[in-house]
Design a protein around this ligand. Structure first.
Ligand SMILES: [Zn+2]
Length: 375
């Protein structure tokens, strides 16, 4: 790992403005970098689905050893991200990289992208045996995982261990547990009637929805499970008994069977409210992504731990309440987990990353490549 080269690359990538849906310039820079490293670079057809100006980047480089490993990060950032200027300051946090204070830094996730490129470059320079390496860089991650949600199984390396460099937490932390995410769409069909003239002829879809939602267990259901109704709409005017009301809800859990229980309870609440009022409901559930559930003895975690310890970092298994690209990749058959990169205060203009953490991220990518060159 070349420290100066890493810092220069980070600075160059950060200066490319790449808010969600506008990743094309960043994608071109990444394509050039990867081609220079001997990768075959392709873009998938997701742009049409996501509305981004470019697809997800999927790159592959054949190795001369038996193993295979994948790395992933996202190309988009939140705003404000115009004219980001990297400052290197030394204070009580140590030596850190931050923005001028009027923008984010975009270490989320350009620290991840930088570490992947530098880790690969320095391993190529070292000249030892290399595994097959895949790099998957997504668009629109910050938009509820739109980019990775549009990936196709045929385009990604099936069964390959994949390290997604995109979590807060120090280098060495591994997100072993992340919840599955289900979305519920409900359309309640009542019967319209004039609210003043013959209200008894109507069935208020709004009241049915209200009863159903009031009957749902929402919020934090247990230490691993949450549920929420987030959107509701219906009705036309106060003098009309509303014949239609729709709402969207979600539930998440680290344990799929708990998510199934929550789904059942929410579905039953709607069914009961409909029966009581003589209404009808269309209810659909979509699995947005499956859970990440890795035990410390799982092969991918053991290998990550070995690489982490080889770098002199300390391994830490963490769990999160949010989804990440790793969840979507898992849904497509890629064995993905997320690694902490040291990014701090992400999505805020006070975002920063310690210089040492950025360098350790690149060293960790090196160590992971070495780990997978053996098998
Ligand atoms: Zn991120």
């Amino acid at each position: 790992m070349d420290a100066n080269r890493t810092l220069a690359l980070f600075e160059r990538l950060v200066e490319i403005e790449s808010p969600s849906w506008h990743e094309a310039e960043m994608a071109r820079a990444c394509e050039a970098e990867l081609q220079d490293l001997g990768f075959t670079v392709t873009f998938d057809g997701s742009a049409e689905q996501t509305g981004s100006d470019v697809g997800n980047l999927i790159a592959h480089r054949s190795g001369n050893a038996d193993g295979a490993v994948a790395f992933s990060a996202h190309m988009d950032t939140v705003k404000p991200c115009a004219g980001i200027c990297v400052m290197r300051v030394e204070d009580e946090r140590g030596e850190v990289l931050c923005s001028g204070g009027d923008t984010i830094l975009s270490a989320d996730d350009k620290a991840g992208v930088t570490a992947i490129f530098e880790g690969i470059r320095s391993m190529l320079e070292a000249g030892g045996p290399l595994p097959d390496v895949w790099v998957i860089l997504t668009t629109c991650e910050e938009q509820s995982l739109l980019g990775s949600g549009a990936l196709k199984a045929a385009d990604v390396p099936q069964g390959v261990d994949c390290f997604v460099l995109d979590a807060d937490g120090a280098p060495g932390s591994v997100v072993c547990n992340a919840p599955c995410h289900h979305t519920m769409d409900v359309a309640i069909c009542g019967k319209s009637a004039h609210a003043g003239v013959e209200p008894e002829a109507g069935v208020s879809a709004i009241q049915v929805a209200a009863r159903a939602i009031a009957d749902m267990q929402l919020g934090r259901l247990d230490g691993a499970t949450t549920a929420n109704v987030g959107v509701i709409e219906g009705g036309v005017a106060t003098n009309i008994v509303a014949d239609a009301c729709s709402f969207q809800a979600e539930c998440r859990s680290l344990f799929p069977e708990r998510a199934d229980e929550a789904k059942r309870q929410m579905t039953d609440a709607v069914t009961r409210a409909c029966e009581r009022a003589g209404a009808h409901a269309d209810i659909s559930w979509t699995l947005d992504y499956p859970e990440v559930a890795c035990a410390e003895e799982d092969a991918i975690v053991r290998r990550a731990k070995r690489a982490i310890e080889a770098c002199g970092l300390s391994f830490q298994a963490v769990r999160t309440g949010g989804g990440a690209d790793a969840n979507c990749l898992r849904g497509l058959g890629v064995n993905a987990i997320t690694l902490g990169t040291g990014m701090a205060n992400f999505h805020a203009t006070t975002e920063y990353i310690k210089v040492q953490d950025l360098l350790d991220d690149a060293r960790l990518v090196e160590a992971l490549i070495a780990e997978y060159a053996g098998s």
